[in-house]
Design a protein around this ligand. Structure first.
Ligand SMILES: Cc1cc2nc3c(=O)[nH]c(=O)nc-3n(C[C@H](O)[C@H](O)[C@H](O)COP(=O)(O)OP(=O)(O)OC[C@H]3O[C@@H](n4cnc5c(N)ncnc54)[C@H](O)[C@@H]3O)c2cc1C
Length: 570
């Protein structure tokens, strides 16, 4: 196969908020930067973020309070130094985004408006109506473009070139014609976003298939805290499409089939605005106990009919449209069906506070960076607070760009050649020519259904063991796939097959991590170990995979700080 070779100072995979923010920094500093993305940048999942981006801007708020809420929300698993950095830099990040052209909603005084979100002791989610992510993504794209980034859109990154403990760049193919290329660079960054598509009911874009995670893991490198998957309380009943937390922030109430405002039982103080893990479990518990609503009794109501219609029309217009389109329910007139949906992944590629990827808990990899949802820095610990992840993507994306600029003169350029693309070429050829009898959509559906059933909001040793077995079975059957489209132009069947390979592998990390963590913390709830166990598990998980899909795990210390580890209640 003809393999083209490109040379850049910096190669960034991913054009969401994290990737674009980094790319802007490196190009402004005069570094030749390529951004590789399987989607057009403006189709990245960042653009779907509705509710907001946190910063302590309110008169009664402080960065310390923001940090405290974040650490408490994380069930004390977040690294406190990273949280402090994020919360201290948040107000400046908002002003920076605004100066770049992002138009935020305003309050009556003309200040940037802030709304309450779950688990936050003060209103601090800045927003642009309910299209916050889109506004920020458009701004970042314009500015990164203006600064001179080179975008390779509709290019699929399929391998990392990692030799002798060092990174040389990546291998990618052009989705338009199937041609492979090597991108050599001094600095390589992954910003490939979330991976909620492993679950049947999820809020994520179809592209969120966690490719970079398993690409990294295939080189024997670790993934961190993968067992922590956030289930957002309000996915549209049946599909999981997101109804932002802004709906509860603006005053939405949750009701069961008896019309009871059930959060009074589970979080008497914070009610609907307890942290997401608490609200999601409450919803699923009501459904389990037979107080669900909807055609399959698998939802509860969110009721906004008591609100001034102007609030819905001006602050939540997109949410209303989504519910009309997907449920036929108008939130101005009636309560709508919602249930928990797989939404966000707290775990990912381990990085230090300056976004350098780690080889193990104590060693960094030269020239390799990650930021945004694919990474684990870790500011969210066991449970992320709403409106903290757009912040993380933008802030740590930019911070990664700054780190690269700082490091780059001391990084060695060690170009890879055509033979380093061999693994990626082999994978592509194998998918095209393998002549088995298994079908990708069937295997994917079985993975997604079983993940929702066995590794969802509630978990037990039994359900998790069953899921490990299921994934191993699916990995075996995956070796026996066949695709019909053998062409090279926009071969989505081929791409989906490769993506399924990634999904199966990172799902194994999620389940093995959950099985080993015999406690309940944040989003990870073990019915057989319902209590948090700080003695054994106030630790980050680092997991590694071998060629036979055996996972080994070790634990690393959490960076503690001034906020004392306490029991969490809302
Ligand atoms: C519906 C929804 C609403 C949300 N609302 C909020 C909110 O209100 N507030 C908040 O704080 N958070 C919210 N979040 C979470 C937040 O939006 C994301 O965590 C964040 O935007 C992720 O940004 P990112 O830059 O890491 O990744 P993304 O924006 O997902 O970008 C990933 C990029 O990687 C590229 N990519 C992936 N794999 C490959 C590959 N193999 N080859 C090439 N390119 C690849 C994609 O093309 C894309 O450009 C929401 C999430 C969802 C799903």
């Amino acid at each position: 196969m003809d393999v083209k070779i490109f040379e850049y100072d910096v190669v960034i995979v991913g054009a969401g908020l994290a990737g674009l923010a980094a790319a802007r920094e490196t190009t402004v500093a005069g570094k030749k930067t390529a951004v590789i993305t399987k989607l057009h940048p403006l189709r990245s999942h960042s653009g779907a973020a509705q509710g907001g981006i946190n910063a302590a801007l309110g008169a009664e708020d402080s960065t310390d309070l923001h940090a405290f809420d974040t650490i408490k929300g994380s069930d004390y698993l977040a690294d406190q130094d990273c949280v402090q950095l994020m919360c201290e830099k948040a107000p400046e990040t908002i002003r920076w985004a605004e100066h770049m052209g992002a138009v935020f909603s305003r309050d009556d005084n003309g200040d940037i408006a802030i709304r309450p979100f779950g688990g936050q002791s003060k209103p601090r989610a800045c927003y642009a109506k309910d299209r916050t992510g889109l506004t920020l993504l458009q701004t970042m794209y314009e500015q990164a473009f203006r600064s001179g980034i080179e975008v390779f859109d509709e290019w699929y990154c399929s391998d990392l070139i990692y030799k002798d403990g060092k990174v040389s760049g990546v291998v990618a193919f052009n989705i338009r014609d199937g041609k492979m290329a090597i991108f050599n660079s001094k600095a390589t960054m992954f910003a490939t976003g979330g991976y909620g598509r492993a679950y049947k009911i999820n809020s994520n874009a179809h592209a969120n298939t966690g490719d970079a995670l398993s690409i990294v893991a295939r080189h024997g490198l670790p993934l961190e805290d993968m067992e922590f998957v956030q289930f957002h309380p309000s996915g549209i009943g049946g599909s999981g499409i997101l109804i932002s937390e802004a709906a509860r922030g603006e005053g939405g109430r949750l009701l069961n089939s008896k019309g009871e405002r059930f959060m009074e039982k589970y979080a008497p103080n914070a009610l609907e605005l307890a942290s997401r893990d608490v609200v999601s479990r409450a919803i699923q518990q009501e459904i389990r106990e037979g107080r669900g609503v909807g055609p399959n009794k698998d939802s509860v109501y969110i009721d906004l009919t008591h609100l001034d219609p102007q609030i819905i029309l001006t602050k939540l217009p997109e949410l209303r449209e989504l519910a009309i389109t997907f449920l036929g329910q108008d939130m101005l007139k009636e309560p709508i069906y919602i249930a928990a949906t797989a939404h966000y992944s707290m775990g990912g590629i381990p990085v230090d506070i300056n976004c350098h990827v780690k080889k193990n808990p104590n060693e960094l990899i030269e020239g390799f960076y990650a930021a945004g949802e694919c990474s684990c820095v870790s500011v969210h610990g066991a449970n992320r607070l709403g409106a903290n992840s757009v912040l993380e993507a933008l802030l740590f994306g930019r911070h990664a760009g700054e780190s690269i600029v700082k490091d780059i003169d001391n990084l060695t350029f060690r170009p890879a050649d055509v033979k380093d693309a061999q693994n990626a070429i082999n994978e592509l050829t194998w998918v095209k020519t393998n002549n088995g009898n298994e079908r990708v959509p069937v295997l994917r559906a079985e993975l997604q259904e079983s993940m929702t059933d066995n590794a969802g909001v509630f978990r037990t040793a039994e359900s998790l063991k069953k899921q490990v077995k299921k994934i191993k079975e699916l990995l075996k059957r995956y070796k026996n796939i066949r695709i019909d489209d053998k062409t090279s132009t926009f071969n989505t069947e081929l791409q989906e097959a490769i993506e399924l390979g990634h999904m199966l592998e990172y799902s194994l990390f999620i389940v093995e991590g959950a099985l080993a963590r015999k406690e309940s913390r944040g989003a990870h709830f073990r019915e057989d170990f319902p209590k948090r166990d700080d003695k054994k598990f106030l630790k980050h998980t680092y997991a590694y995979m071998d060629k036979e899909y055996n996972i080994t795990q070790e634990y690393a210390d959490v960076v503690l700080g001034k906020f004392e580890v306490k029991e969490r209640s809302y």
